[in-house]
Design a protein around this ligand. Sequence first.
Ligand code: NGQ
Ligand code: ZN
Length: 361
Amino acid sequence: MALSPVTQSYFTELAWLSSGWARNVTLEVCDGKIHQVEPNSQRQEGAICLNGPVLPTIANLHSHAFQRVMAGMAEVNLNPNDSFWSWRDLMYKVVQKLNPDDARVIAKKLYIDMLKAGYSQVGEFHYLHHDVGGKAYGQVNEMAQQLIMAGDEAGIGVTMLPVLYSHSGFGGQDPNAGQARFINSTDSYLTLHQACETMMAGADRHRLGICFHSLRATTQDQIERVLATLDCQKVVHIHIAEQQKEVQDCLAWSGQRPVEWLHNHVGLDSRWCLVHATHLTEEELKDIANTGAVAGLCPTTEANLGDGIFPGVDFEKLGGVWGIGSDSHVSLSLVEELRTLEYGQRLRDQQRNRLYRADQT
Ligand code: NGQ
Ligand code: ZN
């Protein structure tokens, strides 16, 4: 006999709704979903009282779940010239150790912690596809399945972003040994994507997007073919312009900077999420803002890896759209993400209260 889902009422004296702050709000929750929101109501018998202001959760737009297991491991002085790139070497060593069960267990614990931190959806930028030798698993989406299972067990919505990763540097350079578990051709990527599509059909909690690891890891032909083949409604994520070296390498290869190149050669629109997008000229900043592409900011990871400071004040003035991701999960605190973002702007400008809009006084 199927049990009918239980409805539970919650009551709070203060909640932030789409219309702004509201008082004495009753929320009716059924089967994990809010079905009704009633401001200016009386607390009903049996309603659970929520203390303090109630805020909506936000989406965590950038996650590499497995990296949670190494949070803290890289905070020791192993190398006097420690950098983003030496951190990446350590990350590649961690990757060598993880089997599908590990990936699920790490992700499940992480996703529970995300829910506690106030995130209810996560963009999983997933590139750990193959076995330790770089061979595809019997089911090509084995690792993606583990992540979706983790999302189901934890109760978080996963926007699965299977990553196309083929090269080690601009211009289609051969991948290196540490990247073996990530590598797909365009064809094998499309097969993987189809397997994810099948796996996720009917899973209304989850979403599926398109993802290119970076302009370092994919070529123009690959990007164009994937975009031409897959559903053009899907979101498209990419890492871009995170490190100065990446910008310099892109200039050496093409004469253009990463965001400039992407805008000129592929085109941007509101489906795109440009993850990190740290090093930008004024022109590039305008291109992102004007096309409605999202700047995917990961302030605590970007600070941890010594990336640089996003030009947030100028982007706000342009009305740009941005969101937050916890990326390597060196921190899982929304407050810390927002504070790091704001404080970076203050440290650069030697001023206070930098990120606000004109209508916020
Ligand atoms: C990643 N993480 O793919 O996990 C990257 C590092 C790379 C960040 N960019 C590796 N934060 O970009 O090559
Ligand atoms: Zn990332």
